[in-house]
Design a protein around this ligand. Structure first.
Ligand code: UFG
Length: 322
């Protein structure tokens, strides 16, 4: 049995689908702070909080857990700056509780949801695993601290983990069974679709004089189903005796904010209002992943890298849920 912590969330729900599709049995543990029970379509949902260690212990008593996939974390970069306590407590202390119960039960396989935010301001592009790690916000800091914890637990306690650093996770399941809950995210694509559907008045482009081809920021948008597949491959890698390791996950190709907005207009056929606005603090001009290591070691390859497929899948889900 695989325990998916945070399996009622955006990324966790896609991993739950993929694991079940590939014949694994899953159980989801989630406090529903941002997750939705409607997104738990496979396996039992146990509502509980990582802050309460007894609630975690109860799950391990009820099920014979073989491995844990962990997605329960806060992820709003701006909020992590204004309310770091919330981030350090949840993303670190609560994850330590989870690891503690895993070790008590001799469960030694862990797949960790990390982020490109562990790198901070890019020093070269594309970003590979050797890039220096200097997070520039508490959110990135929590992910990096957890990577260090995992490294040390691995040495001391024999924990086997894979940490996957997502670049810009986006899109939705192509069958629209799960997706990102509309109105719940401040990321670019869901915000653009909110503008298209009329939930927002407009979409603001944060900065138009970056040193890029059209002056707007470039990001590496990676489809959530491609991410889900990478998690299964990482799990298989551990099952085959692979050593604990970290991998960057992106397509190695960036799209600008303007390209995203234009593609969203094409896909939705709605001419929503776009406002050119000031830069957002802390946004690097370009962020693109080098995922050669994941390709080589895990045998991973993205399948839904084109922007149209990404936005079409997100839009279908958005329409279904709005
Ligand atoms: N953007 C806008 N308008 C908006 C929202 C975003 O122009 O309303 C721009 C941003 O300035 C940025 C791009 O769209 O250039 C993407 O922004 P997101 O907020 O969607 O994503 P980020 O690249 O800022 O951050 C993402 C994840 C973080 C993670 C980071 C790692 O959301 O969790 O990638 O690189 F830490």
């Amino acid at each position: 049995m695989i325990l998916i912590v945070g399996g009622a969330g955006y990324i966790g729900s896609h991993i739950n689908k993929e694991l079940n599709k590939q014949g694994f049995e899953t159980v989801v543990f989630d406090n529903l702070a941002s997750g939705r029970k409607e997104l738990v379509k496979w396996g039992e949902l146990i509502i509980g909080d990582l802050g309460n260690i007894e609630e975690i212990r109860n799950v391990f008593k009820k099920y014979k857990i073989d491995a844990v996939f962990h997605f329960a974390a806060f992820k709003a970069v701006g909020e992590s700056v204004t309310n770091p306590q919330k981030y350090y407590k949840n993303n670190i202390c609560n994850t330590l509780n989870l690891l503690e119960v895993m070790l008590e039960n001799d469960v030694k396989k862990f797949i960790f949801s990390s982020s490109a935010a562990v790198f901070g301001s890019p020093q070269y592009m594309p970003i590979d695993e050797k890039h220096p790690q200097n997070p520039i916000n508490p959110y990135g800091e929590t992910k990096l601290i957890m990577e260090h914890v995992l490294r040390d637990y691995s040495k001391a306690y024999g924990l086997k983990y894979v940490s996957l650093r997502y670049f810009n996770a986006c899109g939705a399941d192509l069958e629209s069974e799960v997706g990102e809950w509309p109105g719940s995210s401040a990321n670019l694509i869901p915000m653009v679709l909110d503008a298209a559907i009329g939930r927002r008045e407009d979409i603001k482009i944060f900065g138009t004089d970056y040193p890029t081809k059209d002056g707007t920021c470039i990001r590496d948008y990676i489809h959530v189903t491609d991410l889900a597949v990478a998690h299964i491959l990482a799990f298989e890698y551990l099952n085959n005796g692979g050593e604990s390791d970290c991998f960057n996950l992106g397509n190695g190709r960036g799209f600008s904010v303007k390209e995203v907005v234009d593609m969203a207009k094409e896909v939705t056929k709605i001419d929503f209002k776009v406002v050119e606005s000031d830069k957002r603090e802390g946004d690097p001009a370009v962020l693109v992943a080098d995922s050669a290591k994941a390709q080589k070691v895990l045998g991973w390859k993205s399948e839904y890298a084109d922007l149209k497929t990404i936005i079409e899948s997100a839009w279908s889900w958005h329409l279904k849920k709005s």
